[in-house]
Ligand binder design. Structure first.
Ligand SMILES: Nc1ncnc2c1ncn2[C@@H]1O[C@H](COP(=O)(O)OP(=O)(O)OP(=O)(O)O)[C@@H](O)[C@H]1O
Ligand SMILES: CC(C)(CO)[C@@H](O)C(=O)[O-]
Ligand code: BAL
Length: 283
């Protein structure tokens, strides 16, 4: 595996790969790798000739009072993990390398970005689209891999790619969980022992809401029950727990096929997200 830190080096490799007519699988990450990222890389490894993983804590998607500074970083550790799962190129640029100028041109995400995480993190998805657009242009992937844990992000990136005719396919990978159901996340390292024990309530609550909704069809009641389940069983503070049509992220109606039940909960300063996606009329 080669570690690359500059756009110039990356371009040399991409040009050679394209010339050899090889397919490229891109796995964008912010590093501090865990089994969730490894599942993305494994899927990319199976489906492409060349796998490129990017590792970049993107300042553009963090708000001023968020955890950009304290986000966990460990390039040496990540490089070992990436190599093990068969990544060919690890692209780990600096902020100056990615954002050397600010010409003021922005990519603004649409209505899908104003709710759920976007309501709490204004501008977050604009920052995500900024970096993924750059990564798509720099790596020219045949396919790019994203996790369903960030279901809203996935839906917004799919919209960008569809509406702006990016010549690549978006591949989504199911959520990888700890044995007790907690979704794997780089931010889990920030949890205290007590918070870590409580954190699986998020998934339990989402399951409860799903079962209740499929039985009674009452969204308000299902989401209220699930919210209370978290509030009763954990010290975490609710950000949101909502049920929406997926992937458009609008209100659930009789026409809705797939439903997203998503939650974000603060454990101290650590904000965890999780979701489940299911057929409105049951599997
Ligand atoms: N548990 C998981 N299962 C599947 N995919 C995941 C999981 N966790 C992260 N991913 C995916 O990995 C990619 C990179 O995510 P990122 O580097 O932000 O990791 P993260 O663990 O989600 O970080 P954090 O939870 O702290 O935001 C994203 O496409 C994300 O959806
Ligand atoms: C897609 C991404 C790597 C862009 O910084 C990030 O939002 C993430 O890790 O999900
Ligand atoms: N996986 C989402 C990245 C973020 O929290 O900024």
């Amino acid at each position: 595996m080669k570690i690359i830190t500059t756009i110039e080096q990356l371009t040399v490799h991409i040009t050679a790969i394209k010339k050899a007519n090889k397919s490229i699988g891109l796995v964008p990450t912010m590093g501090y790798l865990h089994e969730g990222h490894m599942a993305l890389a494994t899927a990319a490894r199976e489906e492409n000739d060349i796998v490129i993983m990017s590792l970049f804590v993107n300042p553009a998607q963090f708000g001023p009072n968020e955890d950009y500074e304290r986000y966990p970083r460990d390039l040496e550790r990540d490089a070992k993990i990436a190599e093990k799962v068969g990544v060919d190129f690890l692209f780990a640029p600096t902020v100056e390398e990615m954002y050397p100028t600010n010409g003021g041109i922005q990519i603004i995400a649409g209505p899908q970005s104003k709710i759920l995480c976007g309501a709490t993190r204004p501008g977050h998805f604009d920052g995500v689209l900024k970096i993924v657009t750059k990564l798509f242009h720099l790596t020219l992937p045949t396919q790019a891999y994203f996790g369903q844990k960030d279901a809203q992000q996935l839906a917004i990136i799919e919209t960008l790619v569809r509406d702006y005719n990016f010549p690549l396919a978006i591949r989504s990978v199911p959520i990888v969980r700890e044995e007790d159901g907690l979704a794997k996340s780089s931010r889990n390292v920030f949890l205290t022992e007590q918070q870590r024990l409580q954190a699986p309530v998020i998934q339990q609550a989402l399951d409860l809401a799903k079962r209740h909704y499929l039985k009674n069809g009452d969204i308000l009641w299902a989401t209220k029950l699930a919210t209370e389940h978290i509030e009763y069983n954990a010290t975490g503070k609710m950000d949101y727990l909502q049920m929406l049509s997926y992937p458009d992220l609008t209100e659930v109606t009789e026409q809705t096929d797939k439903v997203l039940l998503a939650a974000a909960v603060y454990f101290g300063k650590t904000r965890l997200i999780d979701n489940i996606i299911f057929q409105r009329k049951g599997e």
